[in-house]
Design a protein around this ligand. Structure first.
Ligand code: SF4
Ligand code: SF4
Ligand code: SF4
Length: 329
């Protein structure tokens, strides 16, 4: 079992950071990407609540996404991944059913945009073979965020204590303590944290910025803004242990429905970061979503490196002393 301030292995991060036994249960996110509709309400809610500047919105050219990636001004990012794969059973795990009053929205690959007000779109009845109507194209949508790692290298390397572990087990940046050294940036195995570069006149330019898991809202007993805004409950907030059970049950449901590609990412306490506080249900390989397939906390080997550096220093000193004494003799 790992001890206090351990750098690897499954632990309760708040207890590991020294909070007493009465600390709140660990809080986090289970993001079920199979029901994300790409509305980006989570992105907007995050910006609104946390006063994150809006800049750099442009169509990517390769996708309908316009907010690029997680960065200092984008603490939530909804990826639109367009794939040459058939729509249908693999999208949500539930067979498409006739929906009263449904209208086609003219999305790419579904034919010419209809008059959405007048179009009568007949979706197939359950059991009916609708494969002929389906294009060989699908979108994967996934709302990414800081993983609030059990072992957070960003926090381990921060020299000022600006990054700290909260009593909820989350990882939070304190703007007024960060000195902008940027050590945390290369330490994060997911490329999440970044120093704010602009826009001109924005607050905290030069300061490391990322999702705080809405520490202020948790402190007040409320749900993080992004989860509150999500209309499909793709972002589910709660106790990490309970979320892990819910996620396992959801994967089972999808597998039973024939969606064998459904898998969890970041939920395993035995993985390279000791399990993420924010984990995901994916419908394809992690790399497809831009996630590293097997992330490892970058400070894992620090104790060993310090031990070796100490040994090297002692050996050098001993060599210098022997040489000095030898000359005198
Ligand atoms: S994902 Fe990166 S920024 Fe977030 S807690 Fe982990 S190491 Fe830190
Ligand atoms: S938890 Fe709060 S800070 Fe983090 S992405 Fe959601 S709204 Fe933004
Ligand atoms: S996670 Fe929820 S709020 Fe965000 S884009 Fe998906 S459906 Fe919309």
């Amino acid at each position: 079992m790992a001890g206090k301030r351990s750098l690897f292995g499954p632990v309760d991060p708040a207890a590991d950071a020294g909070y007493d036994e009465d600390h709140p249960t660990r809080k986090g996110f289970f993001t079920d990407t199979s029901i994300c509709i790409g509305c980006k309400a989570c992105e907007v809610a995050c910006k609104e609540w946390n006063d994150v500047p809006s800049d750099h919105f442009e169509m990517l050219g390769s996708s309908y996404d316009n907010s690029f990636s997680l960065n200092a001004n984008q603490w939530r990012h909804v990826a639109f991944i367009e794939q040459p794969k058939r729509l249908g059973e693999q999208e949500s795990g539930l067979r498409r059913q006739a929906v009263e009053g449904a209208v086609a929205l003219g999305m790419p690959g579904l034919g010419a945009p209809p008059d959405v007000l007048k179009a009568e779109v007949r979706l197939p009845e359950s059991g009916e073979d609708d494969a002929v109507d389906r294009p060989d194209f699908r979108w994967l949508m996934s709302s990414d965020v800081c993983k609030h790692c059990t072992h957070a290298a960003c926090l381990d390397v921060c020299p000022t204590g600006s990054l700290f572990r909260s009593e909820f087990g989350t990882v939070v940046v304190q703007d007024d303590i960060c000195n902008g050294c940027g050590y945390c940036v290369p330490a994060c195995p997911y490329g999440v944290i970044e120093r704010r570069k602009g826009p001109k006149g924005a607050k905290n330019v030069g300061i490391a910025q990322k999702c705080t898991l809405c520490y202020d809202r948790l402190d007040a007993g409320t749900t993080p803004a992004c989860a509150q805004a999500c209309p499909t409950q793709s972002i589910q907030f709660g106790d990490v242990e309970e979320l892990r059970e819910r996620a396992n049950a959801r994967v089972e449901t999808l597998h039973e429905a024939g969606i064998m590609d459904a898998r969890l990412y970041g939920n395993d306490p035995d993985d390279g970061v000791g399990g993420a506080g924010a984990f995901f249900l994916l419908l394809d390989e992690p790399e497809v979503y831009g996630f590293p397939p097997d992330p490892v906390v970058t400070t894992k080997d620090l104790p060993d490196m310090f031990r070796k550096a100490g040994l090297a220093a002692v050996t050098l000193l001993a060599g210098a002393a022997i040489s000095f004494l030898g000359k005198r003799g």
